[in-house]
Design a protein around this ligand. Sequence first.
Ligand code: HMG
Length: 393
Amino acid sequence: MMSIGIHDLSLATTHRVLDLDTLAEANGVDPAKYHIGLGQDRMSIPAADEDIVTMGAQAALPLLERHGAEGIRTILFATESGVDQSKSAGLFLHELLELPRTMRVVEFKQACYSATAALQSALGIVARNPRERVLVIASDVARYELDSSGEPTQGAGAAAMLVSADPALLAIEPISGVVSRDVDDFWRPNDSTTAVVDGRLSVTAYMDAMTSAWDDFAAAGGVGAEEIDRFCFHQPFTKLARKALARLSQHTGVELPDTLQEASFAYNRELGNSYTASLYAGLAALLDHDDDLAGRRIGLFSYGSGAVGEFFTGIVQPGYRQLRRAESIRDQLAGRVPLTLEEYRALHSAAHPSDVDWETPRVTEGPFRFAGIRDRARRYEATQTAPAGPTQE
Ligand code: HMG
């Protein structure tokens, strides 16, 4: 049977970062609560001229530079930090990346889960025509109210995936376990720039969705937990993934030590929650830091509040180490400019009117920037650092 899956995967984040020690000091909290209790060290914060589009385009650029745009006829942009109620964020990205017009471009939404819905849709498109490739973008900015308990679990990041037949990274297996249930654990009303969250309920809803998705996976004929070599969970904060694996171990009766997922935490500890991108940032970290994955099966759990969960598996392809981007991700993370508490709070509270013309200050050193609002429309542009357009393979 033809294999279909993730041919390549790339991440991007913001130009600014807040160290959680800075937040802990301001909140009068023991920093160990954030570093150990939540398992987080820093969180990416968008500069005034960055958003989901600039991060998404930055994440996609290395894929296009490496593989070209040939065969890509679909862009699926998954986000819960949409910049417009009607237009897909993918259209701005499509223009910035100078991609051919012969494409369909849409946006997917269901909290952090929608990137997995986009991935599954991409697998279906490629199954129907194996010559096609699909660009899946997951990009989000996680924002909670200042001084709320969710504040240390903010963050930002984007993952771009090229989905194709005969993938070079991860062949996705056909069996999935899925679950949906209407629950008020976390949502963002149309008039709010921050999420409304019941933290405790969100954690129990996540765990319930994980075990229910697992049960559906098992009922659909999925492999046993003992046949899964590594795990990668949605990581709103990395400690939750530790709890999730322990819960799965208890649920299945199979010993599942943390060493089976430890490598997946490397990027999310630094990014913070990146909502739709979080699971795939975990996958990128696992592929970049575990040298013994060729031919191994990874179990992935995707969760989006509200709530939808999916458990699925993939087989790592033999040449995965040649496709790694660990160095450039390390450079991006290390290159972020730390914010003082005052700068962070000012950025958090900044108004973003859409009914007057305004220009953003030039801050980001990434390849693309949000330039501001003109005639009520969002304007984006390439920066001086943007490399030349995509090359063909
Ligand atoms: P909280 O009430 O501030 O924290 O909120 P806590 O009191 O529960 O403490 C957290 C942990 O730190 C605990 O560990 C403490 O013991 C420990 P646990 O008992 O749980 O193992 N701790 C310490 N450890 C070491 N040294 C210390 C210390 N002090 C305490 N000195 C909460 C935590 C996660 C609820 C909050 O941050 C929050 O509401 N976050 C946002 C919601 C969230 O992330 N939920 C996760 C599940 S929902 C999800 O994943 C979906 C989501 O990504 C959105 C989407 O789908 O779109 C969020």
